[in-house]
Design a binder for this molecule. Structure first.
Ligand code: PMP
Length: 353
């Protein structure tokens, strides 16, 4: 703390992301990255862009990328906003739609960036208790004073709430914005994007970091009614005209254009997830039914923190949250089949000791 800090800085409690390591032989299953590289077409597009245009500013409106993303969901470019990772899109959304003095609601077990944004922007919040099995009870989110934000599938639980539940929440908050954070939706049943034409208060946020293998490029996006998107653009243009650089714009666009590659790697991850779940259950884990690119599991007899530390000693990084209610769970990203085999062999060794 310093006397020079603004009240805004003083009230921050910054988010702590999962560890990033440079060690080559580490099995990195702690930040839900995609184990496969991006489409070769992404690299081609970036290479081409690097050869020609870096001395020029990128497009401040990102029209081409917005139109390309919109086409995937039957939306127009003015119903799509793009930003520097969905974290930035979420931060802008807090500024654009939530109001100091009017409490917003999110689940008590959820993405830990939400309370961080709430503190930064001075927005009060209510943490809505999930059921004992981590499923959500939709009616607890009805008629919120300030709005609702929740991930679907939820993080770190991996559970997917059916679209009818999401629609109920949207329907029962007609005067507030409901943000559905779909970072992991491509590994799940169905996006809420199909409800956008019906509800002017629904904002769906997604990212290229997971299913498109572009965590390092930082491209996230939001979809919603054009007036919601306009609000986000007004925030962005009051902050930084060029939140996405040229390489990010062309790279993300190429990723959306290579649908076949996207489908192939997503199917592989879902397949590996289902196999891993069965094997973990055989090892004595209770694994929540995941619809994400990670699983959330607890062992019947061995403490999660112990397993986390032992795995780390063997060069395998998973995520452990020292938080009441989930402190006996491990969140393990789905890697390649080979990586998951290493995880299983290591766990078997630790459990046999
Ligand atoms: N939402 C959720 C639920 C997440 O788990 C993450 C990844 N940490 C994000 C948003 C942000 O992802 P990115 O900024 O890479 O788009």
């Amino acid at each position: 703390m310093s006397k020079f800090w603004s009240s805004m800085v003083k009230r921050t409690e910054p988010y702590v992301p999962g560890e990033q390591v440079n060690q080559q032989d580490i099995v990195k299953l702690n930040t839900n990255e995609n184990p496969y590289p991006p489409s070769p077409k992404v690299l081609e597009a970036i290479r081409e862009e690097m050869a020609g245009h870096l001395q020029l500013y990128p497009s401040p409106t990102a029209d081409d990328l917005r139109a390309t993303i919109g086409r995937q969901y039957g939306l127009t470019a003015d119903e799509v906003f793009v930003g520097n990772g969905s974290d930035e899109v979420l931060a802008f959304s807090f500024m654009a739609f939530f109001e100091p003095g009017q409490p917003i609601r999110f689940p008590d077990v959820t993405y830990s960036f939400y309370p961080v944004y709430a503190k930064l922007f001075d927005i009060p919040y209510e943490e809505v208790a999930l059921n004992e099995d981590f499923t959500l009870q939709a009616d607890k989110f009805f008629q919120s004073e300030g709005g609702v934000i929740l991930p679907n599938p939820n993080a770190p639980t991996s559970l997917y709430a059916e679209l009818v539940q999401i629609e109920e929440i949207v329907k029962n908050n007609p005067d507030q914005v409901v943000i559905i954070d779909e970072a992991y939706i491509d590994f799940a049943t169905k996006s809420a994007a199909e409800l956008i034409q019906q509800y002017d208060n629904l904002l769906v946020v997604q990212t290229t970091s997971k299913s498109r293998s572009l965590a390092g490029l930082r491209v996230g996006f939001a979809m919603g009614n054009a007036s919601l998107i306009d609000a986000l653009i007004r925030i962005k243009d009051s902050f930084n005209s060029y939140t996405l650089d040229r390489l990010a714009l062309v790279g993300a666009q190429a990723a959306f254009e290579d649908e076949a590659y996207f489908k192939e790697i997503t199917a592989k991850i879902i397949d590996t997830r289902n196999e891993t779940t069965v094997v973990l259950e055989q090892l004595g884990f209770t694994v929540l039914p995941s619809q994400a690119n990670f699983v959330f599991a607890r062992h019947e007899t061995v403490a999660a923190e112990f397993l986390y530390n032992e795995l780390k000693k063997e060069g395998i990084l998973v995520r452990y949250f020292n938080k009441p209610g989930i402190d006996n769970y491990l969140r393990m990203t789905i890697g390649t089949k080979v990586q998951m085999e290493r995880l299983v062999v290591a766990l078997r060794g630790i459990l046999n000791k």
